[in-house]
Design a protein around this ligand. Structure first.
Ligand SMILES: [Zn+2]
Length: 253
């Protein structure tokens, strides 16, 4: 999951030719949508799909704490599927016991694999860290793919989850496209910037970062093209994913 850096309250930006600053509250909260997209680009903060139909996502749901309903610091962007009733919706979020893409390196905690599968990364091994990584995975159901034993088949849902949850399939398609671009890149038919532009039009940042793992020049281009990516989450030479909070001795992730 792409680690992003949210603008701070007071940050100056330009919207439609007008100079603005980020405000503490947005009323109605939907008015923050275009600001969020200027900050974080047109991608779901959770599944990373490119979408023209993103919603303002309340990390702490309106049901959990209505006082945060209009608070900029409580917003991300989400697609209807991640934010829908089968996934995040109004689930309770305990900020002390979960990783989130705007405060941790959420690329570091998940492993994206062939077929677009997602799992907890083996480099996450400490018990508390596993708890936080699993909390995010379960919050948005990113690991809902056919055959995952965590979601046993039922009469109503033979896949173990609603059939119209196609996130895994879109991720798989992105993986296949990224692999074809990798072959073309390694044959020197396309350059890093072309790969990154192609990725930006399709989304699924983590898929591209995983497929191009051995090519820091490509990851560097992707990181700079996807607006709002937190560059501190990447080693400046290898572009491998690194913990985001190194000064936090109890949990640097
Ligand atoms: Zn999503």
């Amino acid at each position: 999951m792409r680690p992003v850096i949210k603008w701070c309250v007071g940050h100056a930006f330009n919207r439609g030719g007008n100079a603005e600053t980020v405000t503490e509250h947005y009323l109605p909260y939907g008015s923050a949508n275009s600001v969020l997209q200027l900050n974080l680009d047109h991608f779901c903060s959770y599944c990373e799909v490119f979408s023209s139909d993103l919603e303002v996502e309340h990390v702490i749901s309106k049901e959990q704490d209505s006082s945060k309903k209009t608070e900029w610091n409580n917003f991300l962007l989400a697609c209807g599927r991640c934010n829908g009733k089968d996934n995040k919706s109004n689930k309770h979020v305990d900020l002390d016991n979960i990783y989130l893409p705007h405060s941790h390196n959420t690329l570091y905690i998940f492993e994206y694999k062939e077929g677009g599968l997602v799992d907890i990364h083996p480099q996450v091994s400490h018990k508390d860290q596993l708890t936080k990584a699993n909390a995010l995975m379960d919050l948005v159901g990113l690991d809902k793919y056919p055959g995952n034993k965590k979601y046993p088949a039922t009469k109503k849902h033979p896949l173990g989850f609603p059939e119209n949850d196609k996130r895994w399939e879109h991720r798989r398609a992105a993986w296949e496209k990224a692999k074809r671009k990798l072959e073309a890149f390694e044959r020197s038919e396309i350059d890093a910037n072309t790969v990154a532009k192609f990725a930006q039009e399709r989304g699924f940042f983590s898929v591209w970062a995983s497929v191009f793992y051995a090519h820091p020049v490509v990851i560097s281009e992707i990181v700079s093209l996807f607006k709002g990516t937190d560059t501190t989450c990447f080693d400046s030479t290898s572009y491998n994913s690194i913990p985001r909070n190194p000064k936090n001795t109890s949990d640097p992730i």
